[in-house]
Design a protein. Structure first.
Length: 340
């Protein structure tokens, strides 16, 4: 069954933080009637793909399009889209969390696309997690992409477009979502989410230009726990015995799902140490409430030692993705930190 669109969080491109080039491109295409039959919106989780796809679909169906190509937000179609019941905007769903099957593509796109739009000029298909399509599913979609009906627009949302078949990629316009400037992310967190200055700084540094991730971190109590624990560990690691390090690792493993967050926090801490050692400028330190400990660490560690720790953190992140034994990996990492 085709699911109708879930309600849209925003009704205008003007409300979107960042991605101005992509928004200009979409508005121009809609305004001039030069819309392609298929697009890939590629960006990491939390980068805003779904929001942009939803607003793209909304502007395509708008009955009172603004001069700049943005949806009006007021017409019947826009109101239906905002409430998730615009009949000509379809969200592709899938049963298995790790794959989109050939049957799901046939049922939700190939068999449906031949039916003309119910009330709009276009029929828009939005496929989250499009990089989960099996090869058979991609080949089924390819048949539709080769000869799509005039009214059809397919939006494929991916975190890694490279896994799609070259034949699929060549028939789509690629829109790459880039990282948003830190200042914009911080402004959004403080003004829209009422996050205090210091916490916003940590979330911004940690999110690295990804607004969705910054919001998740700002609103997560879990994040604060992980941050406090990792800071405590880094401040005291030099005095810790091996058994205490092993205990800390056991405690960490309770956060296995968030362990890359743990490593990212450690990396931000050591970037602070490196930056303070090089500039002696407290204004540029993210962990500003830990300035005394940052200063002490900067005095004790050499530039080479800090660089080695940062490299080890990156290596550990890559190995965690490759499912290397967690306890062993962390033990080696913490010993490297202790030695440097």
């Amino acid at each position: 069954m085709n699911r109708k669109s879930g309600g849209f969080m925003s009704s205008s491109f003007k409300d979107v933080v960042g991605h101005k080039d992509i928004i200009r491109y979409i508005e121009q295409a809609v305004k001039e009637g030069k819309v392609s039959h298929a697009y890939i919106l590629n960006g990491e989780k939390g980068s805003g793909k779904k929001l942009l796809a939803n607003l793209f679909a909304m502007s395509l169906q708008c009955q009172n399009l603004q001069e700049d190509g943005d949806a009006c937000g007021e017409c019947q179609s826009c109101k239906q889209a905002a409430h998730g019941n615009q009949p000509d905007i379809k969200i592709i769903s899938h049963e298995k969390p790790g794959s989109i099957s050939v049957d799901e593509i046939r049922e939700q796109i190939n068999q449906d696309i031949v039916i003309k739009p119910y009330s709009s000029k276009h029929k828009v298909y939005i496929m989250p997690d499009a990089d989960l399509m099996t090869v058979q599913a991609q080949n089924a979609l390819l048949k539709t992409l080769e000869e799509p009906p005039q009214y059809a627009v397919i939006l494929l949302l991916t975190e890694n477009a490279e896994v799609l078949l070259p034949t699929i990629r060549s028939r789509c316009v690629m829109l790459k979502l880039r990282n948003i400037k830190d200042a914009l992310v911080k402004k959004y967190l403080m003004e829209q989410k009422c996050i205090p200055d210091y916490k916003a700084d940590v979330c911004v540094a940690f999110a690295q230009g990804n607004l969705g991730r910054a919001i998740m971190l700002a609103e997560s109590e879990h994040f604060n726990e992980i941050k406090e624990e990792s800071v405590h560990l880094l401040k005291h690691i030099n005095e810790m015995e091996l058994y205490e390090i092993e205990d800390a690792i056991k405690h960490m493993s309770a956060y296995k799902l968030d362990v890359t967050d743990y490593l990212d926090i450690m990396a931000i801490w050591y970037r602070d140490v490196l930056l303070f050692k090089a500039t002696m400028d407290p204004e540029r330190v993210v962990f500003s409430d830990q300035l005394k400990a940052i200063k002490e660490r900067a005095q004790k560690s050499s530039y080479e030692g800090i660089e080695k720790i940062l490299e080890s953190l990156e290596t550990a992140k890559a190995r965690i993705k490759a499912n290397v034994n967690f306890e062993l990996l962390m033990e080696l990492l913490l010993l490297t930190i202790k030695e440097n």
